[in-house]
Design a protein around this ligand. Structure first.
Ligand code: FNR
Length: 193
């Protein structure tokens, strides 16, 4: 069937610039004919990871729901804020819970990481931190990343990037990522024959 990519905005707040960036990436993906499944942290409620809670009640519904959404996809994109030069604790907590579902869904999937921040660096240090748990879990994190600096001024009213050069670079990054995923999914299908 056609490719399906989960696009996940990793902030909780409703006016999140990362949610906006995730929507734009989802639109770019859909423009290439690939199915984009847009989600945000707000869709998946879960408590702080607690081994006692897991032992007594199992995995929270939010973690199971995100696991299912990931399993339905060939690849995923995360748009994450940077908090104190790292990823938000809520995102790490989410990865920790979802990694407890066996078999965990991060393994062998391709991921593209993007970020938005009002700073001049655009949250890129957070993405380098995010690579660590994902690569540990076996995700093939795309080498190229995209970070939107001055994100509070970065979007037009219809959700495009104000800087058309950056908009083109993001579209090119997304397209190159999708070509890699497509080639890999086709290769795996051939091997299974
Ligand atoms: C931040 N912010 C931030 N930004 C950044 O570029 N580097 C950083 O290290 C930090 N650190 C940081 C810590 C904490 C606790 C908060 C709450 C915020 C600012 C952050 O980029 C800003 O709030 C973004 O708007 C968050 O992304 P959303 O919510 O717009 O998606």
């Amino acid at each position: 069937g056609p490719l399906r990519v989960l696009v996940f905005g990793a902030a909780l707040r409703a006016e999140s610039t990362n949610a906006r960036l995730a929507s734009l990436v989802a639109r770019m993906i859909a423009d290439t004919g690939v199915t984009a499944d847009l989600a945000t942290m707000r869709d998946f409620d879960m408590p702080p990871y607690d081994g006692d809670l897991e032992a007594s009640q199992g995995l929270p519904e939010g973690a199971l729901a995100l696991h299912d959404r990931l399993e339905q996809c060939d690849a995923f994109v995360i748009s994450s804020p940077e908090y104190n030069a790292s990823m938000p604790g809520v995102l790490k907590n989410t990865i920790d819970w979802v990694s407890r579902v066996q078999p965990q869904p991060f393994k062998t999937k391709h991921a593209l990481l993007v970020s938005a921040s009002p700073s001049m660096v655009g949250g890129n240090r957070g993405l380098w931190a995010l690579r660590v748990p994902l690569e540990h879990l076996g995700t093939r994190v795309y080498p190229d990343m995209f970070s939107l600096a001055k994100a509070h001024q970065g979007f037009t009213e219809d959700g495009m990037l104000t800087d058309s050069g950056l908009q083109e670079r993001l579209a090119a990054t997304v397209a190159a990522f999708l070509r890699l995923v497509e080639a890999d999914v086709r290769y795996v299908c051939l091997q299974r024959r």
